[in-house]
Design a protein around this ligand. Structure first.
Ligand SMILES: [Fe+2]
Length: 309
């Protein structure tokens, strides 16, 4: 706890922190060649390690109790990138504990679990977690931290060339509904992490969560207190319907983006949760890289109260 009964979570997403410099031709089979060209022509100039390092210093100064990362650590999910990202995760976790879910770029094509996402297992697995053979065997995950149930989903699945869709699948959604019911009964603040936005209306079909309507039905029945996501590389404030109240769904820009367009420059958010007699007071502060890239400035502030379900 940061102070009194306040619990502080920092949310970052889409750092795309790896380099594809020196990648071998054998690693660029099928769809990966397109991802490599995208990195070569655009992404390597947009996603900057020095911006990510500055953002992490800023996050660290705000002394979060926990950091959550909603995917896309890599560009095309090669074993070498996943290894590089595993070292980065180790580094970040020495500063503060963290919970991770994967994004579509981390699962760009089918790849052996133990050489790719399996390297991140310690940061993704739920409490008392096991070592599965695929992401489908791991998610949804549940970690209880302070007054919060952090529930991680994986929407990361390989998709066709020129597509960046996500999918949760019936088994994951069924287990999600059970976890939401259980942790709701425990009186915990249910924080859902997913890479793709649960409301895909503002994304084109080729980038959307294909079973978003199934997820929305689960949330309508079982409820949740907040959804955090990435994927959009911009600030997105939407909501989905719960049993009694709307559930805010907040998306953030990439943690490493050095771009000129406002709203798409690197950013992170700080969630302060204060437990009250009837529920929680929630405050979300958004921080964005300054136009001259000299530091991070406050971009937005949202405050609301939430009754316990
Ligand atoms: Fe991304």
């Amino acid at each position: 706890m940061t102070g009194g009964n306040r619990y502080r979570i920092a949310h970052i997403s889409d750092p795309h922190l790896t380099t594809l410099r020196g990648v071998g031709a054998r690693e660029l089979c099928n769809k990966r060649i397109l991802g490599y060209l995208s990195w070569l022509l655009r992404r390597r100039r947009e996603h900057r390690r020095e911006v990510l390092a500055a953002l992490l210093r800023d996050v660290h100064d705000r002394q979060p109790d926990h950091v959550v990362i909603t995917g896309d650590l890599t560009h095309i999910g090669t074993p070498r990138e996943c290894e590089e990202a595993a070292h980065w995760l180790q580094d970040v976790s020495t500063q503060q504990p963290l919970t991770l879910i994967p994004g579509n770029h981390d699962c760009y094509t089918a790849a052996p679990w133990e050489k790719t996402l399996g390297l991140w297992n310690d940061f993704m697995a739920g409490d008392g977690g096991h070592a599965p053979e695929s992401a489908r065997g791991l998610f949804p995950t549940l970690r209880r931290r302070g007054p919060i149930a952090i529930i991680g989903l994986s929407s990361a699945v390989p998709s066709l060339p020129f597509f960046a869709t996500g999918n949760l699948g019936a088994a994951q959604l069924q287990e999600l509904e059970r976890l939401l019911g259980q942790t709701g009964n425990e009186g915990l603040f249910r924080l859902l992490l997913i890479h793709h936005p649960p409301v895909p209306a503002r994304l084109d079909r080729r980038r959307a969560l294909t079973d978003a309507s199934d997820l929305q039905q689960v949330l309508k029945r079982a409820g949740a207190e907040l959804v955090l996501h990435g994927h959009s590389h911009c600030w997105l404030n939407t909501s989905v319907s719960g049993p009694q109240q709307e559930i805010p769904a907040l998306g953030i820009p990439s943690a490493s983006a050095r771009v000129t367009r406002p709203g798409r420059r690197a950013g992170y958010s700080i969630l302060d949760l204060t437990t009250t007699a009837s529920g929680w007071d929630v405050e979300v502060t958004q921080f964005e890289l300054a136009a001259d890239a000299t530091g991070f400035r406050r971009h937005g502030l949202m405050q609301w109260s939430r009754a316990r379900s």
